[in-house]
Design a protein around this ligand. Structure first.
Ligand SMILES: [Mg+2]
Length: 435
């Protein structure tokens, strides 16, 4: 192999992983700069527990998943600023970050709401370090969201680089891992439980076999890994050794199952109330199906009481219905969700949560029709198109199926929600100090 070939063999892949720092907490700060330097937490649905923390909140010892009531005192004394989750704002800020990133390479994989892989394979010859810094700086300037960036020859190594970029004071948010010596040091500094895809069970298992760091794992025998961790483990092994096995997934595969479930704002006992909530979740599932152009054949509804409440009698049940023809219509899914709920609902319980899961999902143009089908599917599909158009234009819950209810006593508690600064005209941020 001549030098040119050799360098090509070594330099065929390069990935960046961008991760937004404390994403939800950072979103809250963008339009409320008074929060900079303050402890900020974001709460889960129903203001239940902490799901995002600013660094200051972490320094106060607030844990991920900590129940809100445990820190209520800190909030009341203004040591901590708490927010109900505002997914409309976070979703929109996420889009802005991803769009900014796509300026730097046409090939991006949006991995989650706050993480994105970049294919930087074409950029080996440039000064990677300054390119990476430029990415971080531009996202900060254009969106106000601080990010960390790890760059390495494989996705698994980019994950390792990203974690260290965030942790290390010296890296300060950007780490480029292309030199074998640096890669080895990084693997040594990464605990096995922090490696991408190593769950807690595998971590315990590996530690029993004296594998404590990513470096220990990377020198394990391939056969041993295959035997105990299947081909998925082997792929990870190769990735950590610098051999790229996981490609960029630029198109998100359609979801195989969709679930919408929420805790109610208050405990519900009446069938009508639980029905309204469940119908709304069914409509949410239908909308998600339509947005990925698919239909579902099976619908499952479940209800449960509050399992943390010792005084309440406990009940959980679920019911699955196979629909005659796969559908993504609000009206049909609500109809079957109602039938399923009526089959499992029992009076005199305090219900805390219900949910709708749709499965057996197929592309909407692959539907098997039923000769005895009485539903006018064209009409449904036209109606749904109009409803989606209205929702996109005027916001959710402006037009809906009556079964979803109007009073919505069951709706989530979100007492500390920030405005939808970027998506609702009435909630735009106001600059008050200008004359
Ligand atoms: Mg993050």
């Amino acid at each position: 192999m001549d030098t040119a070939q050799a360098s090509e063999a070594n330099m065929t892949s390069l990935f960046g992983l961008v991760d937004c720092n404390n994403f939800y907490a950072s979103c809250e700060r963008v339009f409320n700069p008074a929060l900079n330097g303050k402890a900020v937490v974001v709460l889960s649905n129903n203001d239940g527990c902490v799901i995002a923390r600013s660094n200051e909140a972490k320094a106060l010892g607030i844990q991920m998943g900590e129940p809100f009531f445990k820190i209520r005192n800190l909030v009341e004394h203004n040591y901590v600023h708490a927010f109900s989750s505002n997914y409309v704002l976070y979703g929109d800020m996420s889009d802005r970050v991803m769009q900014t990133l796509s300026q730097f390479t046409p090939h991006v994989e949006v991995y989650s709401i706050d993480e994105c892989f970049l294919d930087l394979g074409d950029f080996y010859d440039i000064d990677l370090f300054s390119y990476a810094w430029n990415i971080k700086k531009t996202v900060g300037q254009w969106t106000g969201i601080p990010v960390s960036l790890g760059v390495a020859p494989t996705k698994a190594l980019a994950k390792v680089a990203n974690k260290l970029a965030k942790k290390s004071k010296k890296a300060n948010g950007v780490l480029v891992l292309t030199e074998p010596y640096h890669i080895q040091k990084a693997l040594e500094a990464t605990k096995i439980e922090d490696v991408w895809g190593v769950g807690s069970q595998y971590a315990t298992f590996l530690k029993k076999h004296n594998i404590h760091t990513a470096l220990d794992f990377s020198i394990a025998s391939e056969n041993w890994v295959r035997k105990h961790m299947t081909v998925v483990g082997v792929r990870l092994l190769k990735e950590l050794r610098g051999e790229s096995c996981l490609e960029l997934e630029e198109i998100t595969p359609p979801k195989k199952g969709i679930c919408t479930s929420r805790s109610f704002g208050t405990k519900l006992t009446k069938l009508d109330d639980v029905l309204e909530a469940t119908a709304s979740y069914a409509a949410r599932c239908a909308k998600k199906l339509r947005s990925q152009k698919s239909c579902a054949r099976l619908i499952t509804v479940f209800v449960q009481t509050n399992r943390y409440s010792e005084n309440d009698r406990q009940y959980y049940n679920s019911k699955t219905i196979c629909m005659p023809v796969a559908t993504n219509s609000d009206i049909e899914l609500i109809h079957y969700a109602t039938l399923a709920l009526k089959a499992i609902y029992k009076p005199n319980y305090f219900y805390k949560k219900s949910g709708v899961i749709v499965t057996e999902i197929i592309p909407e143009n692959h539907i098997q029709y039923d000769l005895l089908d009485t539903v006018d599917r064209d009409k449904h599909s036209r109606l749904m198109k109009v409803m989606d158009g209205l929702t996109d234009r005027f916001g959710r819950s402006k037009v809906m199926v009556a079964a979803q209810g109007v009073n919505k006593d069951w709706i989530l508690r979100s007492d500390y929600k920030s405005p939808c600064y970027t998506t609702r005209i009435a909630e735009l941020p106001v600059v008050s100090n200008l004359i």
